[in-house]
Ligand binder design. Structure first.
Ligand SMILES: [Ca+2]
Ligand SMILES: [Ca+2]
Ligand SMILES: [Ca+2]
Length: 439
């Protein structure tokens, strides 16, 4: 028997091991609790003395062959070591050896000839929260028989901390939704029984994160955001979570680190940096880069946030545009081409969304150069005897890139020449000449 009184006023009184004081225990505790503030230390000692004397008198009272106590009780934890004695009961008052038997079969206990009760199988709080054993004692060639009740209360112990099934989980949430997806599915295990083995809640180590976690009876964990996720605002969340069981006191798991990625949804179309683009090119030339167009996409995803293609909207346009937005010209424009090409360009993101507002492109085609002969022309041709050769333009040269005004001058030169030749011919005819060759 073990009686422990603590502090003043008997506020905490604990009775351990088997005892016969159980019927008195509740009254004793009630007395102590209600009057705790008023009971002096002396009163406490007097009470204990009386109480213990009373108990002693019970133990040694002559009762014939009987158990020392009618009833025994103790609490044992469900993790109590097996093949260990957990209680000692004794029947006295008859000659000869005493044989003890437990009436009930199938209990995890056995009793030996010395009255020691042994735990022989592991306890499980979930299966049985208490045991009541009827123990029979027989002695004196079965002339002495006694019975006693033995109560075992099984205490649910929190021996194991919860544990996440895996060390690593990938975690993601689709943008504009709230449900967290784990891969593999998240589960927490706890080997204890009862509340001590039930995962009660999951907490986030860091504060200020927009997530809550729930766990069901089987330890399956679900996570949810408390607001719709916006990948353009925050793409990745890094945090640790811990699992707690329902034991008293609760135990916690090792934290699991999570990186939860918000999966981008293609919400935005590409947008051109400028509404209009303008360029100048020349005829008879090709271009690999007339002008660079550029569009951006507000989405953050690799697919939905990147421009993959540009297209020219216009019929029979001589220009091309690359996937990078560069306008080029493979075939030179001839004199028949327009002086101005106007068309629109659209940008398409890699998720297939096209810009809502096209870019306007204007390309001016200039005629900068043409080829012509340049040289002083003779205003008067003199041909002796009206036979032989005379050079009309002895110093003529070829200008491969003449400007427009020079060309006009040149035209004047050539329009001026035929009358000259004609005049020469006329003169020669007068002199009875038949031919005049001009080279
Ligand atoms: Ca536990
Ligand atoms: Ca998005
Ligand atoms: Ca997009």
């Amino acid at each position: 028997m073990y009686l422990l009184a603590q502090a003043t006023g008997l506020q905490n009184v604990e009775i351990r091991e088997e005892n016969l004081l159980r019927p008195f225990f509740s009254d004793f505790k009630l007395w102590g609790t209600e009057n705790a503030a008023d009971v002096a230390a002396n009163d406490c000692r007097v009470f204990l003395s009386v109480f213990l004397a009373f108990c002693s008198s019970l133990e040694f009272e002559e009762r014939g062959f009987d158990f020392v106590q009618d009833e025994y009780a103790r609490a044992i934890t469900e993790y109590h070591a097996i093949d260990k004695a957990v209680m000692h009961i004794r029947a006295v008052g008859c000659d000869g050896p005493v044989k003890y038997t437990i009436t009930e079969s199938g209990t995890p206990f056995k009793v030996d000839d010395k009255g020691r009760i042994w735990l022989i199988e592991p306890l499980n709080y979930e299966k049985a929260k208490s045991y009541v054993l009827n123990v029979k004692a027989v002695a004196g060639n079965e002339t002495c028989i006694a019975h006693a009740k033995v109560h075992f209360e099984i205490v649910n112990m929190n021996k194991h901390a919860p544990q996440f099934e895996f060390e690593k989980y990938s975690c993601d949430i689709i943008e504009n939704t709230r449900d967290i997806r784990f891969n593999p599915p998240m589960r927490v295990l706890d080997s204890d029984h009862g509340d001590a083995g039930k995962v009660q809640n999951i907490t986030i180590v860091e504060s200020g994160l927009p997530f809550v976690f729930t766990v069901d009876d089987k330890g399956n964990v679900k996570g949810r955001a408390i607001k719709d996720m916006d990948a353009e605002e925050i793409t990745d969340y890094f945090f640790d979570i811990i699992a707690w069981d329902g034991g008293k006191p609760p135990k916690s798991s090792y934290p699991v680190s999570l990186e939860c990625e918000v999966d981008d949804v293609n919400e935005f179309t590409p947008q051109f940096k400028a509404d209009t683009y303008e360029a100048r090119i020349h005829r008879e030339m090709t271009y690999v880069n007339i002008i660079q167009l550029s569009a951006e996409d507000k989405d953050v995803g690799i697919v939905s946030g990147r421009v993959c293609k540009y297209t020219i909207e216009g019929y029979n346009m001589p220009f091309k545009i690359s996937d990078k937005g560069v306008i080029s010209l493979d075939e030179p424009l001839g004199p028949e081409a327009y002086d101005l090409y106007e068309f629109t360009v659209d940008a398409i993101d890699c998720g297939g969304m096209m810009s809502k507002k096209s870019a306007k492109v204007a390309i001016n085609v200039e005629t900068l150069c043409h080829q012509e002969f340049i040289g002083p022309a003779k205003h008067e041709l003199v041909m002796q005897q009206c036979t032989g050769k005379v050079y009309v333009t002895p110093d003529i040269t070829l200008n491969k890139c003449a400007r427009k005004q020079e060309r006009l001058t040149s035209l004047l030169l050539f329009t001026w020449r035929p009358p000259q030749a004609w005049a020469v011919t006329e003169i020669c005819m007068k002199h009875q000449m038949h031919t005049l060759s001009v080279e």
